[in-house]
Write a protein that binds this ligand. Sequence first.
Ligand code: NAP
Length: 331
Amino acid sequence: MNNKIPVAILGATGPVGQKAITLLASHPLFYVAEVAASEGSAGQTYGERVQWRNEIPLPENVAKMTIKPLLGVTSKFIISALPTEIALTTEPELAKKGHIVCSNAAAFRMHAEVPLLIPEVNLSHLSLLSKQNWTGKILTNPNCSTVFLAGALAPLLALGSFEHINVVTLQAISGAGYPGVPSFDILGNIIPHIGGEEDKIRLETKRILGTAENPLQCGITVHVHRVPVLHGHTVAAHVHFSKPVTADDVTQCFNVIAEKDPNFIKLHTAHDRPQPLRDLDPHDMRIHVGRIKQGDSPNTIGFISMGHNLVRGAAGAAIAVLDAYVAKFGA
Ligand code: NAP
C-alpha cells in the first residue's frame, strides 16, 4: 500500500463515500488514507459510526480509522461526497490549502473554471484548471443521470448534429442518499419529480458535449422520475438529428466504442435489456446501452442508457477523474 497514492474521502459515511471506499480497496494507484464526515461523526471510529449499506464488506483497515473533521484531512488528493451546500464552502477552503479535490457534489459543476469531466468524452476540459487561482484544484464529475445521457450521446455526434433530445429518466433510490426517500412514498410507486435534477441533466450534458464557454447548441427536454429500484439509473432518450440517421448507424457507432473500450460502453442487443437488476455489478463502470430503434421520422433515434448511479454515476466517476488528473499532471 505504501507505494500507492493516499486519498481522503469527505462524506465517507454516505452511500457515495462507502462506494468510494470499496472501489479504492482494489485500485492499483490509490488507497483510502483518511475518512471525514460531519462534526457529529468526527472522532468516532468509522466502523462503529457508519451504517454500512454496501454489498461488499467494509475493509477492516478503514473500519478502524478515526473519522476526521472535513478540514482536518492532510492527503493531497480528496474525493468529496458531501451534500452540495457543505461542498460549496468546504471544497474551496481545501483547494486554497493546496488539495486536489474531485467532487461528486453539484456545487462547482457549472463553475466557469472547474472541469466537469467524463474522461472518455471531454478530457480536453482539464485545460480549465490553468484558470483556477486556488493553490490546489477543484474538479467535478457529472450528475448521476447526466453521465448516462452525455456518455451515450458523445459517440453519436459523429453521425450528425442534434436538433433536439427528449429524455425520460427512471432513477434508483440510492441516488437520494441514505435513508433517502421514505418507504411510504416510494414502495409500489413512481415519483415524477427530483428537485433541480432536470436542469442539471440539461445544462451539464450541453457543457460536457460542448465547452464551458460554448455549450452544445441543442434543445434538451427532460422528465425525471424516482422509481423503486435500489441501484441503477435508466435514461430513455429520443434524439432528433439534423439529417436522417438509421438504427444500424447508431448500433454500429456504439459497437465501435464498446469494442475499443468495454469498460466505457456495453451494447445490449436483447429486446428486454439493459436492466439494473440483471446487468449491473457492484463496481460497474459501464454505460449500458440498448433498445436502439428508429423513431417515427427518418431523423429520430431512440435508445436506452443505464448504469450504476453510485459507481459510474458518482464514486467511480470521481476516481476516474482523479486517475485522469494524475495521468496528466502527476501525483
Ligand atoms: P449525502 O446524504 O448527500 O451525504 C452524506 C455524507 O455527507 C455523510 O458522510 C455525512 O456525514 C456528510 N455530511 C452531511 N452533513 C454534513 C455536514 N454538515 N458537514 C460535514 N459532513 C456532512 O449522501 P450521498 O448520496 O452519498 O451523496 C454525496 C454527494 O454526492 C451529494 O452531493 C450528492 O448529491 C452527490 N451524488 C450522489 C449520487 C448518488 O447516486 N447517491 C450520485 C451522484 C452524485 P455524517 O454521517 O457525519 O452525517
